[in-house]
Design a protein around this ligand. Structure first.
Ligand code: ADP
Ligand code: F6P
Length: 324
C-alpha cells in the first residue's frame, strides 16, 4: 500500500518584498525534491479562510526567480486574528492534507504563524520585508533590493538638486524602523539621516549642519528621513525658512517594494526556502529561518518576536563624520 505523501503549504503575507517569488520557487522545488506535495495558499491567511489553495508543481514556479512581487499575491487579513479565524484556517489546512505551512512575511505574519501552530499546524517563517526589522535575523528578503532602488532614486534627485542648488528631503519607508533609511542615507551621502531610533534636534542636527557645510562650499543637500519619524514635511519647511535654501520633499513610497530582486536577495531566498522545507520535513514547528553570522540557521518564533533589533549606531556616526 502506498503511503500518503507529506503535504505542506506556502503563503506570502503582509507587505510584499522583492525576492518573495524567488523564495516561493525555492520552497516549492525543495519540497518536490523531498517527494512532498506543496500547496500554494493565495493572499496570505485569507487563502486559508476562503479555501483558495492550489497545488504547485515544478513548472508553477518557472520564470519567477527574477521577478518582483509574489505570484501567490499577499494581503493582510483581520479575520485570521480571531480564534474562530484561526480554527477555520487550521481546518482548511487539514482539508487539503497540509501538515505544515511556510509563512513568508514580516513579524505580523509570524505572530499569525504562532497562532496557526497552536491549532496543530506546523509553521516555519521566512523573514521577508523591506524594513529589515526582524531582530533575530541579520537580513530580511527584500531589504537589499529596496536599498538599491531607493539609492538609485536619490542619485537621480541629486542631479536636480545639484542643478538648482537645492535641498532634497527624501522620505524612505521602514514603518517604525530606521534600518532602510540609515543604509540608504549612508549610500547616498545624505547630509543628515533622520530615523526613529535616534532623537533629532532639527535646529542643531540639520539647520546648523547645513549652514556649516554650506560655508565649507557644499551647494546642495540630501536629507534622508525615515517615514516612521513623521518629520519629513516639518524638516523641509524649516530648512527653507531657516537657511533660505529651497527645499523639495520626495516620498519614495511603494516604488521601494518593487523591481527585480538583487543577486543577494535571490541567493538568500534560495537558501532560506530550502532550510524552511528541511525544517518541516523534520516535523518541527514554530521556527523562523534566520541569517546569523553569515549562516542560515533557525530559531523559535516566539523568542525571535521578543527580540529588538538595535540600530547600527557606529554607521550613523560614520555617516555624520564623512557626509559633510
Ligand atoms: P507583516 O508580516 O509584514 O509584519 P502585518 O503586520 O500586516 O504584516 O501582518 C500580516 C498578517 O498577519 C495580518 O493581516 C494578520 O492576518 C496576521 N497577523 C498579524 N498579527 C497577528 C496576530 N497578533 N495574531 C494573528 N495573526 C496576526
Ligand atoms: O512593511 C513594509 C512596508 O512597506 C513599510 O515600510 C510601510 O510602512 C508599509 O509596509 C506600507 O504598507 P502598505 O503597503 O499597506 O501601504
Amino acid at each position: 500500500m502506498s503511503e500518503e505523501k507529506k503535504t505542506i503549504g506556502i503563503m506570502t503575507s503582509g507587505g510584499d518584498a522583492p525576492g518573495m517569488n524567488a523564495t516561493i520557487r525555492a520552497v516549492v522545488r525543495s519540497a518536490l525534491a523531498r517527494d512532498m506535495r506543496i500547496m500554494g495558499i493565495m493572499r496570505g491567511y485569507n487563502g486559508l479562510l476562503t479555501g483558495e489553495v492550489k497545488e504547485m508543481h515544478l513548472r508553477s514556479v518557472s520564470e519567477i526567480l527574477h521577478r518582483g512581487g509574489t505570484i501567490l499575491y499577499t494581503a493582510r487579513c483581520d479575520e485570521f486574528r480571531t480564534l474562530e479565524g484561526q480554527i477555520k484556517a487550521a481546518e482548511t489546512c487539514r482539508k487539503f492534507g497540509m501538515s505544515g505551512v511556510v509563512v513568508i512575511g514580516g513579524d505580523g505574519s509570524f505572530r499569525g504563524a504562532v497562532d496557526l501552530s497552536k491549532q496543530g499546524i506546523n509553521c516555519v517563517g521566512i523573514p521577508a520585508t523591506i524594513d529589515n526589522d526582524i531582530a533575530a535575523s541579520d537580513y530580511t528578503i527584500g531589504f537589499d533590493t529596496a536599498m538599491n532602488t531607493a539609492c538609485e532614486m536619490i542619485d537621480k534627485l541629486r542631479d536636480t538638486s545639484q542643478s538648482h542648488e537645492r535641498c532634497s528631503v527624501v522620505e524612505v519607508m521602514g514603518r517604525n524602523a530606521g534600518h532602510l533609511a540609515l543604509e540608504v542615507g549612508v549610500a547616498s551621502g545624505a547630509t543628515s539621516i533622520v530615523i526613529p531610533e535616534i532623537p533629532i534636534d532639527i535646529e542643531n542636527d540639520i539647520i546648523h549642519k547645513i549652514n556649516k557645510v554650506q560655508r565649507k562650499g557644499k551647494k546642495h543637500f540630501i536629507i534622508v528621513v525615515a517615514e516612521g519619524t513623521g518629520l519629513t514635511n516639518e524638516i523641509s519647511r524649516r530648512i527653507e525658512e531657516e537657511t533660505g535654501i529651497q527645499s523639495r520633499v520626495t516620498v519614495l513610497g511603494h516604488v521601494q517594494r518593487g523591481g527585480a530582486p538583487t543577486v543577494r536577495e535571490r541567493v538568500m531566498a534560495s537558501a532560506m526556502g530550502y532550510r524552511a522545507v528541511e525544517l518541516l520535513s523534520f516535523g518541527v514547528t514554530n521556527r523562523v529561518v534566520v541569517l546569523k553570522n553569515s549562516q542560515i540557521t533557525d530559531m523559535d518564533i516566539n523568542e525571535a518576536l521578543e527580540m529588538k533589533k538595535p540600530i547600527d549606531l557606529k554607521l550613523y556616526k560614520i555617516s555624520n563624520t564623512i557626509s559633510i
